[in-house]
Ligand binder design. Structure first.
Ligand code: NOJ
Ligand code: MG
Length: 582
């Protein structure tokens, strides 16, 4: 009866078993702790603020939260520079607050994923401090990548690697007697020395850190720079850009995506699996890779059955607004991950990229932009929001899991006119005045907007915010959108509700014949075959007529005669099965 059968020629992906574990179709909401909710009025979000607002996430309909780092840190990279992996920075609260956060989330039916930063520590970490006072060749230095410099006096860095944040990737330290000494590698800021993953002591330490948080009840880890931990041991000079996200296909960079990283993830998977309660898939703890790796097939190596559970689909995030480009990336991702039995993890936004409500309002020329400043060409806000809503409606109909970034459910744009003097991202300061100049990531990290009529838009009790909020955030506040038909918040709630109700995250995917150079159309059929939705996204100028069926949801108004206008996504329930018509 119309059910998509396994022999359908355009079937790209089979449905998952309805009993599969929670993470395979989970929608996980990223909280950037310093910017979500501030309880004490210091202008910086904190754990008590998060706890107070967790019911909002239950009502939104997500399955889990991922928290960016909240550990003790000098905050040179907003906490991605960890000085103590086993405690909370006083800015955010105390360890007891983390425990209460985990318990409260669990009581609300939300899982908790925390951030693990294993590529580097902070230079304030006791290990690095010990390394500085220890001699070359010592066990203390062997936890990091210390090397002698080149040139007759060792004045030149050991190789030509650049920092992802701009400038050289090496810094020189003085010897205990004050004379110039060795150099250490830092792929990011000078305050983020890379650790040496060939050192067994390093491996043991991070196992212990995993256990520390697993014992406290976290449900998983998002793994920072997962493709960077292992370096080619020869540390050879390299050609090409060092940008974290630029790992060109067919060009193996000596610091990115080295095969040796996979041993680490096998080891961690074994640790996590000891926490699974037999017969209870809900107890599974997960690992999610932040790996900027291409092509999709290389990325799928991170989610082989004995490695991580999820890997962010950054090729999807970087896809320009184009039907054929989406068709290609969706198909390539599903096929690569199906080959290893893993779900695909869709994502459109995070704390490192321009918010998609603004990104889609820029020229879709495939060019990466690192932030937007007041004197740069400004995005078309209305166009960007319209496309962002259509993109999210498409994404949440795809089989697999998905991550959302705080505020996207309100349609928040990037802050594109931040005064340069308030910028805090180290990439801005490290590249200022150079030809690597990056405006930086502050514009996507602006504090949340909860109440339109309060100072700091309800972010905190007073007016303080660590970065200024744009005026436009007032009308986008939660209280302005809550329960309002057509608002972006209502759209997200509806999408998450239907997705969960019909288990579209576990469904199959087949291309529909409406697909063309300007239309992306696919069918998602639930594993038991009882529901098929047709999802249509119109990238072209002309409205697209729909076949017979009930419109479940639309990312924007339809035309008067019920067609899908430009830059709009519709979910249509098709009258397909006997069960449904009963
Ligand atoms: C990726 C994180 O998402 C980013 O915010 C951070 O700056 C780098 N890794 C370095 O830890
Ligand atoms: Mg605070």
């Amino acid at each position: 009866m119309g059910r998509v059968s396994p022999t359908t020629p355009d079937l790209v992906h089979h449905a998952d078993s309805p009993e599969s574990p929670w993470w395979r179709d989970a929608v996980i909401y990223q909280i950037y702790p310093r910017s979500w909710a501030d309880s004490d009025g210091d202008g910086i979000g904190d754990l008590p603020g998060i706890i107070d607002h967790l019911p909002y996430l239950r009502d939104l309909g997500v399955d889990a939260v991922w928290l960016s780092p909240f550990y003790v840190s000098p905050m040179h990279d907003a906490g991605y520079d960890v000085a103590d992996y086993r405690d909370i920075d006083p800015l955010f609260g105390r360890l007891a607050d983390a425990d209460r956060l985990i318990d409260t989330a669990h009581d609300l039916g939300l899982k908790v994923v925390v951030d693990l930063v294993p590529n580097h520590t902070s230079s304030d970490h006791p290990w690095f401090q010990e390394a500085l006072t220890a001699p070359p060749g010592s066990a203390e230095r062997a936890r990091y990548l210390f090397r002698d410099g080149r040139g007759p006096h060792g004045d030149l860095p050991p190789n030509n690697w650049r920092s992802v944040f701009g400038g050289t990737g090496w810094s020189r330290v003085p010897n205990p007697d004050g004379t110039p000494g060795q150099w250490y590698l830092h792929l990011f800021d000078t305050t983020q020395p890379d650790v040496d993953w060939d050192n067994p002591e390093v491996r043991d330490e991070y196992d212990a850190i995993l256990r520390f948080w697993l014992d406290r009840g976290v449900d998983g880890f998002r793994v920072d720079v997962a493709h960077g931990l292992v370096k080619d041991p020869a540390l050879p000079d390299t050609t090409g850009s060092m940008h974290l996200t630029e790992n060109p296909v067919g060009h193996v960079m000596p610091m990115w995506d080295q095969d040796g990283v996979h041993d680490i993830y096998r080891r961690w998977r074994a640790v996590l699996d000891t926490y699974t309660i037999p017969g209870d898939p809900d107890s599974q703890r997960i690992l999610c890779a932040e790996a900027w790796v291409r092509p999709e097939e290389r990325l799928s190596h991170y989610v082989r059955p004995d490695e991580m559970h999820q890997a962010f689909n950054f090729p999807f995030l970087e896809t320009p607004w184009d039907s054929a480009a989406y068709r290609h990336v969706i198909e390539a991702s599903l096929r690569s991950n199906d080959a290893v039995g893993a779900p695909t993890t869709w994502v459109l936004a995070n704390h490192d990229v321009i918010r998609h409500a603004s990104r889609f309002g820029l020229p879709q020329d495939g060019q990466r932009r690192n932030g937007i400043g007041a004197h740069d060409p400004q995005p078309d806000a209305a166009l960007g929001l319209r496309r962002a809503r259509a993109a999210t409606a498409m994404m949440l109909a795809l089989p697999g899991g998905a991550y959302l970034y705080q505020g996207e459910e309100l349609g928040l744009p990037e802050h594109t006119t931040l005064p340069d003097e308030v910028r805090q991202d180290p990439t801005y300061h490290r590249t200022l005045g150079t030809d690597e100049f990056q405006r930086g990531r502050d514009g996507c990290r602006i504090p949340m907007t909860w109440r339109h009529d309060q100072p700091s838009f309800g972010f905190g009790p007073g007016a303080n915010t660590w970065l200024p909020q744009p005026d436009t955030y007032g009308d986008l506040a939660v209280d302005r959108q809550d329960g309002i038909p057509g608002s972006t918040l209502t759209l997200y709630r509806d999408l998450l509700h239907y997705r969960r109700k019909h288990r579209f995250g576990h469904g199959s995917l087949a291309w529909d014949s409406l697909t063309s150079t300007t239309v992306l159309a696919f069918r998602n059929t639930s594993g038991d075959g009882t529901r098929t939705a047709l999802i249509v996204t119109n990238f072209g100028p002309d409205p697209v007529a729909l076949p017979e069926g009930d419109v479940l949801i639309a990312s924007g108004p339809l035309t008067d005669d019920g067609a899908v206008p430009t830059d709009t996504t519709v979910w249509l329930r098709l009258p397909t099965t006997q069960e449904e018509t009963r």
